[in-house]
Design a protein around this ligand. Structure first.
Ligand SMILES: Nc1nc2c(ncn2[C@@H]2O[C@H](COP(=O)(O)OP(=O)(O)O)[C@@H](O)[C@H]2O)c(=O)[nH]1
Ligand SMILES: [Mg+2]
Length: 249
């Protein structure tokens, strides 16, 4: 609890057996009330391990739905459990759970409804071993996206994000892709809804288990991000309609 708000961490997991426990042990349980892990039909024993180490809410998809599909299940479960603040953290030990405390401080004190842990603010990304091609792609996509959606974020691609529950009342994530571009669509919806985003500097670690997305998947993701930004630009002008930006009733 923080300021009377219920704090829930969601872990969208896929083959996370080697890194899950390390990630879980660093979660600051002095403020975190509950943890939800969704196993997207992993090929390893992620779900069994999650139960063994004491995660209360473990959901296993029967089929692999994808990273976005996984998050849809995560947020829906966290909201059902009465979360006021939801932190999405990858269980691949790439981002430190210790940052949950300042992130919750920002949202819980009403400063921002959304906080991103940025690897690009400061020297986190390259220092932590982000491959050069990913770094360059990140910087170019971020520049293009900042121009098209009228923002000044340091990056749109971090997997460490937190949201107040009100965000989910203003945007409809059920309309989003089930693939990796889900994250980018969600940020686009947040910006479209004029919700302000805060950023904190985040160290990051690149090692085998923390990064499995290959070059081809990265290119597909990059093109998806460009499409999201272009549609956002024209939707803002009122020239195109997109189901992503429909107001929730
Ligand atoms: N649900 C789901 N998640 C996946 C899949 N492939 C990767 N992920 C997750 O997506 C996240 C980002 O992938 P990762 O390989 O860590 O990317 P990187 O750290 O950006 O290089 C991680 O939490 C992975 O566990 C998949 O097929 N399904
Ligand atoms: Mg990773």
């Amino acid at each position: 609890m923080f300021n009377g708000k219920k704090i829930i961490v969601v872990l969208p997991a896929y083959n996370a057996e080697k890194t899950l426990e390390k990630t879980y042990r660093e979660i600051p349980f002095e403020i975190v009330d509950d943890v939800v892990l969704v196993d997207d039909a992993s090929k390893d024993d992620t779900a069994a391990l999650a139960k063994k180490i004491g995660i209360n809410h473990v959901i296993k998809h029967d089929n692999n739905k994808g990273y976005g599909g996984n998050q849809k299940t995560c947020y829906s479960k966290a909201l059902d459990l009465g979360a006021d603040i939801i932190i999405m953290l990858h269980p691949d030990y790439q981002y430190t759970p210790k940052l949950i405390i300042p992130i919750v401080g920002i949202i819980g004190n009403g400063l921002y409804e959304v906080v991103l842990a940025s690897r690009i603010l400061g020297k986190g990304a390259r220092k932590g071993g982000m491959p050069l091609y990913k770094y360059i792609a990140n910087r170019i996509l971020t520049l293009v996206q900042n121009i098209l959606v009228g923002q000044k974020l340091s990056e749109y691609h971090t997997g460490y994000r937190a949201f107040s529950k009100e965000v989910f009342e203003k945007i409809d994530i059920t309309q989003n892709s089930d693939d990796f571009v889900f994250d980018n669509e969600m940020l686009s919806q947040i910006i479209f809804a004029d919700i302000e985003i805060g950023e904190v500097t985040c160290p990051t670690k690149y090692f085998k288990e923390a990064s499995s997305i290959n070059f081809k998947r990265s290119v597909i993701y990059g093109l998806g991000v460009l499409r999201v930004s272009i549609v956002h630009f024209f939707a803002k002008l009122g020239v195109v309609n997109s189901k992503l930006y429909k107001k929730k009733n």
